[in-house]
Design a binder for this molecule. Structure first.
Ligand code: ADP
Ligand code: MG
Ligand code: ZN
Length: 560
């Protein structure tokens, strides 16, 4: 009798797999991933038919599934399978963000969570959406204005709870163009402000989880568990298999079995058709109380550091900690810091490169500064790129600014940077090198740029890139036009086929652009853009201020 449930599960899995095979639309590797997911969390097969894989990142795979509801209807869900090596603390924090703030104000809610051993699946309502990259050229100005408005609403909501999302970008802000629905997803990198209301973000923030590299749980000689850093550049085997490699299915690293007890995800009752039990958000249908405890690992920390060539760099940039007392050695973060390490140089030696655009051996031998540095380079704020240790909700506002810049110019992604210094250089080409250095000084960093880059007029920039104005009317500096500017989607840093920019990224006719509202863009939107892309986080506009901006004056009924 004891085996009966297993037999049923087996049959369910088989049936689901067969159904998928009959439909025969999904590739074999996705089919295998789905079978694997049923295998590692057999319970899923009792409730869901997993239809397809809809997202695959470094830290999770997301599947589309459907379930028969108690009312007889079929509903779609997104199942986010976190990589088995995700830190239990990190997972618990992600879940807590979703359960506490999700389900309202354009933030994705959570329905349930499954866990078996080190495998965790977060179940969310499925939201159909379009990829921005596919629609950026066809968006009307009104669509852009609404998109940004709804993104700001989501940000105001999470910031109110002291959540810094840290990975604001279009793939994490789902947009359904037909239904005009929006949803912020992916709290996998979220951190808390000092007064965050998300308990687990306080723990995630604590110092012991930070460090230059990934952390790993080990048992000491007394059998006690402790976190130790992995050697730099240690690649997480599961991370490595970015595209469905079999390695993903191999046994998880041995430390997992020690940490799994730390994750106490308590999903107290069965799910579907039931209402949420979470006292903090009982108004949200479909969400369920999920609790967790324990430990984290910064997503970013397991990402292998990329080594990039500096040859094609537009400008060379150096950032340093601007510590007047020079007590702590300045931290230099430049591409050349990736070169083979020179033999150890005594820390007592004085730096000879301060305020130059070279990096001396003293600096090369210094340890990396520890600062949160999550997210995607092209969306990172200057204070993140320069590893400023005090980072707040303003970093999400910068990312929102980059999204707005992208939508207005019709170029996505706008900043296509493979590392932080390229990203910083690209920011300077738009916002000015002097301005960037001055702002950095205010947050305690110094940036040296080998070439002076003027600040560009945002309207002229966006209109030129959108093809609304000719690029040879002299309004943009010649150096900018000759360069492979950041907004040029065709540009590929690593490719020899680097061509100077083509101004007209849009293939739309003037009549179409007129129809889409691109010839009547109000000044307000560029004013808001300028305030979002404020290089200084201390003065950068907040989400709630941005929602009061004149750009949205006709939408105030939607603000509250
Ligand atoms: P990751 O941490 O791997 O980036 P995300 O939570 O961002 O994971 O999800 C990855 C992708 O999966 C998203 O960009 C989106 O396309 C899709 N996705 C995530 N959640 C949902 C959802 N609730 N409904 C529909 N699609 C989703
Ligand atoms: Mg994501
Ligand atoms: Zn130096």
């Amino acid at each position: 009798m004891e085996t009966a449930p297993n037999v049923t599960l087996q049959r369910n899995i088989q049936k689901n797999v067969e159904t998928n095979k009959c439909k025969n639309k999904i590739p074999r590797d996705v089919e295998m991933d789905i079978e694997y997911l049923y295998e590692v969390i057999p319970q899923l097969s009792q409730i869901f038919r997993i239809i397809d894989k809809i997202g695959e990142g470094t830290f999770s795979s997301v599947y589309l599934a459907e379930a028969q509801m108690t009312d007889g209807l079929t509903r779609k869900f997104a199942l986010k399978h976190l990589i088995p090596t995700s830190h239990p603390m990190r997972i618990a924090a992600e879940l807590q963000c979703l359960t506490v703030v999700g389900g309202t104000e354009n933030v994705m809610g959570v329905t349930y969570c499954f866990r078996k051993e080190h495998h965790v699946v977060i179940v969310m309502p499925y939201m159909e959406h379009q990829a921005i990259v596919d629609i950026v050229g066809s968006l009307t100005f009104e669509e852009v204005r609404h998109y940004i408005f709804h993104l700001l609403k989501a940000l105001r909501h999470i910031h109110k709870f002291g959540i810094i999302h840290r990975d604001i970008k279009p793939t994490n802000f789902l947009f359904n163009r037909q239904t005009k629905e929006y949803a912020l997803v992916d709290f996998g990198l979220a951190q808390g402000t000092p007064d965050t209301q998300i308990e687990l973000l306080k723990v995630v923030k604590s110092k012991s989880y930070k460090g230059g590299g990934a952390l790993r749980m080990v048992e000491d000689s007394l059998g006690k568990q402790k976190l130790v850093p992995l050697p730099p550049n240690t690649r997480n085997p599961a991370v490595h298999s970015s595209t469905k490699a079999p390695v993903k299915r191999s046994c998880p690293p041995s430390h997992i079995k020690h940490t799994k007890e730390l994750l106490a995800l308590k999903a107290s009752r069965s799910v579907f058709g039931e209402r949420n039990l979470n006292s903090t958000n009982s108004h949200k249908p479909g969400s369920e109380k999920v609790e967790g405890q324990m430990l984290k690992q910064d997503k970013d920390e397991v990402v292998p550091r990329k080594i990039v060539s500096t040859k094609r760099r537009l400008v060379s940039v150096k950032t340093a900690l601007n510590d007047q007392k020079q007590k702590d050695p300045p931290v230099i973060s430049t591409p050349s810091a990736q070169k083979p390490k020179p033999s150890a140089v005594s820390q007592s030696l004085t730096c000879s490169c301060h305020m130059t655009d070279r990096v001396c051996n003293v600096c090369l031998s210094r340890k990396q500064q520890v600062a949160p540095r999550a997210g995607t380079p092209g969306f990172r704020a200057p204070e993140v790129l320069t590893k400023c240790p005090n980072q707040g909700t303003a970093i999400d506002m910068w990312s929102a600014g980059v999204i707005l810049l992208s939508l207005l110019s019709g170029r996505y992604p706008f900043f296509k940077a493979s590392d932080d210094l390229i990203a910083l250089a690209q920011i300077m080409t738009i916002r000015g090198s002097k301005e960037t250095s001055e702002a950095a000084n205010k947050f305690g960093k110094s940036i040296v740029c080998s070439q002076e880059l003027p600040r560009l007029d945002l309207r002229i920039l966006c209109e030129t890139l959108r093809g609304l104005r000719s690029c040879d009317d002299g309004s943009l500096p010649a150096e900018f036009l000759a360069s492979h500017h950041p907004g040029d989607v065709k540009r590929d840093v690593g490719s020899p086929a680097n061509k100077p920019m083509s101004c007209s990224g849009s293939l739309k006719s003037s009549a179409e652009l007129q129809e889409m509202g691109w010839y009547n863009v109000p000044d307000e939107v560029y004013d808001l853009l300028d305030k979002l892309l404020d290089l200084n986080p201390a003065t950068r506009i907040t989400a709630s201020m941005a929602l009061q901006h004149p750009l949205f004056k006709d939408m105030t009924d939607l603000v509250m």
